[in-house]
Design a protein around this ligand. Sequence first.
Ligand SMILES: [Zn+2]
Length: 186
Amino acid sequence: MSQEWNIRSRGHVCSICQKPLVDKTPVVSALKETGGGYERFDCHPECWKTAARDWEPFSLWDGVYLAPVKEEKKEPLKKEDAGELIRKLITLDDPAMKNVVYVLAVMLERSKILVERDAKDQSDGTIRRVYEDRKNGDTFVILDPRIRLENLAEVQAQVVALLSGTKTLGEVAKEEEADEAKTDEA
Ligand SMILES: [Zn+2]
């Protein structure tokens, strides 16, 4: 299940011809499923169209390449930023946090920080959604666990608590594990 949590960064050279991608020009991005996760391709549209290929992409989308910009210095001791929090959670790779990660991704999509590029139905009823960071092009493949409506408010409250710093990641993970145990019994 670990592949759901990988972050794949956008490349800065074309995966096919290896020449640099040009700022603010179209780019074709693709995810290829590999044994342990995904390999990401970012290519000039021409290269993607013309290069021979013996595999089918798991996901494929058109985007615009944006050259990296230097981040301005951030204020120290700022409240947890939602974009940083989701990266931290994806890196932690804790299955107990899957609901929190998904709700956070939806929040970031609503605030136009992430854009959904693709969605794949899974045989168990869950959905794997491909999100891309609008600014730096990072890709996240996030599991949509199909949260039940009656549980949604609780997960949203956990996300708010994490962002405001009233709860730690460890506390929320423990709550989620307890909830999961309850669901299993029911
Ligand atoms: Zn190229």
